[in-house]
Design a protein around this ligand. Structure first.
Ligand code: FAD
Length: 492
């Protein structure tokens, strides 16, 4: 039997799935021609990947729920989930069949997954196994320039979705009862059991949930999107909240784009337009990361911008624990750790506070954030982190003042009161800057449960601004900036 095996990575869906579609078409053709052909859909939970510092149990729970949701959608289609080394599992599958073809998406991931894919490639070559890899949406491996990127992106988004869902249903209707060869069944690895989702995380994995978020956003929630996008509390309902569904591939970006476009044609709205641009940014960043993936471990600009930052374990720990003494920063961190979500501006502010005010290197904050973000996507995470830390040399250095952010986006102090209950009884505006309390106020209001800030905010921001602007103007940093612009920016 020729086994067509579809390896799920971060693409847990049936619809618009090019590798799945190709596998079904090839297997169906062979079946019609009277040849034995089998289809296998599998996921491998690789223990080594899951010990990488960016990954956490909340991600594994989301993957487990996504697999369960796929099984619920097509109960007759077995979806295997094994725990173990992918090469050993592939070897087992290969030796149990007369012919074996592997199908998957290209993974735009960490160095670890890139090296694992090189090992799989080598294994496939050695064993004369064909591995058909399909691009991740519009992101191209080895792209050298951005010429025509936007046109290509739009053209792809307007192409019909790959009808893999329909093909899977037809495959199952015409199933002739062929089972997987015994040898394959016997070679199956240890079944993987996903952890439970923690209580604070309300977003459950799976394409059905992703669709529900998409529908509710397009029908109603987008109306307040542009108004609430930066507000830590209101953004939780006014933003789409599609990021985990896109990051783990429960929805394809094209599926989301086409639903958005259809809605926009019917009733255009400012909120919708703002959302549409972000869908494009998503792949702009992932392409950037794919073209220069060393940004996982070193600053993209090699012109000496890192000199400003200093390791400090105590500062880092207090930042991670939401105990910096700056209320909005702590509220954001605590909320993120509990719920897995934070809007864009508040993420940027957490990074800015850590790197500019506390002077922590971006590398020391990246893994903690990745673990907390339910939507951790390496291709967005690293370019954004570096951009917000001010180490790209091509972007304006944005130093977020947490007091100003609090006044603008949490004017009543409700978000702070919710996540920093030690301050809920402190009147406004003092709740946002309790260190400004006079000695009498501090005694009367009892501020003893909340720490004092680690550094002087104003002074630290001033120093950071001066140092980072100066470093950015150095000839080395400028030369690097030219190179980066040529590689990642259109029209260069
Ligand atoms: C330091 C930092 C790290 C980040 N890490 C991640 C990450 O690991 N995964 C992730 O999905 N997003 C990341 N973002 C981008 C952004 O904050 C989230 O995509 C967004 O907040 C998710 O919420 P939403 O789905 O409601 O987004 P919406 O505002 O509704 O946007 C819709 C979709 O567009 C994409 N998008 C939105 N904003 C951006 C952006 N600035 N850049 C690229 N794509 C965007 C996302 O896929 C998002 O789901 C990061 C931002 C910062 C500042």
């Amino acid at each position: 039997m020729h086994l067509h095996a579809v390896w799920l990575k971060r693409d847990f869906r049936w619809n618009d799935h090019a590798p799945l579609h190709a596998a079904i078409l090839a297997a169906s053709k062979e079946r019609q021609e009277g040849q034995g052909a089998g289809l296998l859909v599998f996921y491998v939970h690789e223990p080594q990947l899951w010990t990488q510092p960016q990954y956490s149990p909340r991600h594994a729970a989301f993957v487990g729920e996504s697999l369960a949701a796929m099984r619920q959608l097509l109960p007759e289609m077995p979806v295997f989930a094994w725990e173990g080394d992918v090469l050993e599992i592939l070897q087992g599958l290969h030796s149990g069949t007369s012919k074996f073809t592997l199908y998957s998406h290209e993974e735009i991931g960490l160095l670890w997954t890139f090296e694992r894919d090189l090992a799989v490639k080598e294994w496939a070559r050695k064993h004369k196994v064909e591995w058909r890899e399909y691009p991740y949406s519009t992101v191209k491996r080895g792209r050298k320039t951005r010429a025509r990127w936007t046109q290509e992106w739009h053209a792809y988004m307007h192409q019909p979705q790959v009808p893999s869902w329909e093909a899977a249903k037809v495959w199952l209707e015409t199933a002739s009862g062929e089972e997987l060869p015994r040898a394959v069944r016997e070679s199956l690895g240890k079944e993987w059991r996903a952890p439970e989702r923690s209580e604070g995380i309300t977003q459950e994995g799976g394409p059905q949930r992703g669709q529900a978020y998409l529908r509710s956003f397009l029908s109603q929630r987008h109306r307040t999107y542009h108004l609430h996008i930066s507000k830590p509390q209101e953004s939780r309902t006014s933003c789409s909240r599609l990021s985990p569904y896109l990051a783990w591939g429960n929805l394809s970006l094209r599926e989301v784009y086409q639903a958005y476009y259809g809605q926009k044609q019917q009733a255009s709205h400012r909120g919708l337009t703002a959302f549409g641009s972000r869908l494009r940014w998503r792949e702009h960043f992932i392409q950037k990361f794919e073209s220069e993936h060393r940004m996982e471990w070193e600053s993209v600009n090699r012109g000496g911008l890192d000199a400003f930052f200093q390791k400090d374990e105590q500062r880092l720990q207090r930042w991670k624990d939401g105990q910096t003494g700056v209320p909005l920063v702590d509220a954001c961190m605590r909320s993120l750790c509990h719920t897995g979500y934070l809007n864009f501006r508040m993420r940027a502010m957490l990074v800015s506070y850590a790197t500019h005010v506390l002077r922590l290197p971006w590398k020391s904050v990246s893994a903690h954030l990745a673990q907390q973000f339910l939507d951790f996507e390496p291709g967005i995470h690293y370019p954004q982190l570096q951009m917000q830390a001010g180490v790209t040399g091509i972007n304006t250095v944005r130093i977020y003042n947490p007091i100003k952010q609090a006044q603008e986006h949490d004017p009543q102090g409700n978000f702070v009161a919710l996540w920093v209950p030690e301050l809920a009884h402190i009147p406004m505006p003092l709740r946002h800057s309790p260190w400004k309390a006079t000695a009498l106020e501090a005694e009367v209001l009892d501020l003893s449960d909340y720490p004092a800030p680690m550094v002087d905010l104003e002074e630290s921001m001033r120093e950071a601004r001066k140092a980072l602007y100066q470093a950015k103007r150095s000839p080395e940093a400028r030369k690097e900036a030219e190179r980066i612009l040529a590689m990642h920016v259109q029209g260069r």
